[in-house]
Design a protein around this ligand. Sequence first.
Ligand SMILES: Nc1nc2c(ncn2[C@@H]2O[C@H](COP(=O)(O)OP(=O)(O)O)[C@@H](O)[C@H]2O)c(=O)[nH]1
Ligand SMILES: [Mg+2]
Length: 361
Amino acid sequence: MTVEISVIAPTLNERENVPRLIELLDAALAGRRWEVIFVDDNSTDGTQDQVMACAADDPRVRLIERVGRRGLSSACIEGFLSSSAEHVAVIDADLQHDERVLPQMLDAFAKDPSLDIVVGSRFVEGGGLGDWGKLRIAASNFAKSLSYLVVPQKVTDPMSGFFMVRRTSFRNVVPNLSGRGFKILLDILCTAGKDFKMKELPYEFKTRQWGESKLNSTVMVEYVALLADKSFGKILPLRFIMFIMMGLVGAGVNVAILAVLYGGGMLGFMTSHIIGALAAMAVNFFLNNTFTYSDKKLTGLRLMSGMMLFYVLCSFGLFFNVLVAERVVDAAGSWVLAGFLGAVVGAVWNYATNTTLNWRA
Ligand SMILES: Nc1nc2c(ncn2[C@@H]2O[C@H](COP(=O)(O)OP(=O)(O)O)[C@@H](O)[C@H]2O)c(=O)[nH]1
Ligand SMILES: [Mg+2]
């Protein structure tokens, strides 16, 4: 018998929440043919083993383990793609969403065959944020207002992580998803466009009982990156834009060090500039490792060898930069054009080689 609904539950260190979620789904979806697919990003607390143990007793429980990769959105996408059910839902594994809304979502699809997605919303009548403090509400509202720059639907909760989508509708948008960051709903809505038919149902956000939130400082950066990708990612790859932005920060560091060492009369120009450039490259490397390639972050020994490779590759980039600039200034006589084209060639070289050779995982 075919499964009516696959529930995707992304997990990162949620061991104790796993059996509890299965119990809650069992109660909420009684009488329906359902399965739950846990997508785990190599948790360190034994979440995978917990899911395996539950799966041994219950064929409705499945596990996808991802090793060497991270990210809530991409985890959900892989869960979706592994499902053959007509409807696919995403729910946090930490029990903060309300599984009792799932049957209502299924009913909404049954009532309206043209519906593509049903979103659990905390901002429609009957929904709520639970015990959120003023600061978190303000930050969330700010992030939400930014999302309206890119989301084409009239959705009250574009940041919701709780929704159900028709599998065939999802399949149509999947080739164009960004798949990065934490906001898979926003990614889907932007990619699908305004004809994607949506309905919202209320739910109240609950307090986490076990484990901790994975929300950290990169969440905001990832969010802005996703919005940028959805706005102009078709023209230039987002990673390239981030690489250039980090490069500009590096240039600032270079100039600042030059100003202190040479401007302050401590060292000669060349020595000051070389120290500035080496420091800028180090800053660049760490910024890129944290933000541009946050999904492929280098650690331990690879961090050290990666930094050396970064220095080598970027030195070649500098060489080509100067070479091109020299030719252009000779041929065209414009130092502005020469400087610009040299910088473009150097940046593209640095980006392309570092993406393929350094952060290649
Ligand atoms: N597979 C996977 N799951 C994640 C990742 N980050 C968070 N999660 C899971 O996504 C859900 C929501 O994350 P959570 O940290 O509770 O976010 P919050 O509710 O906004 O604080 C939880 O079930 C987490 O275990 C990730 O990088 N990979
Ligand atoms: Mg949570």
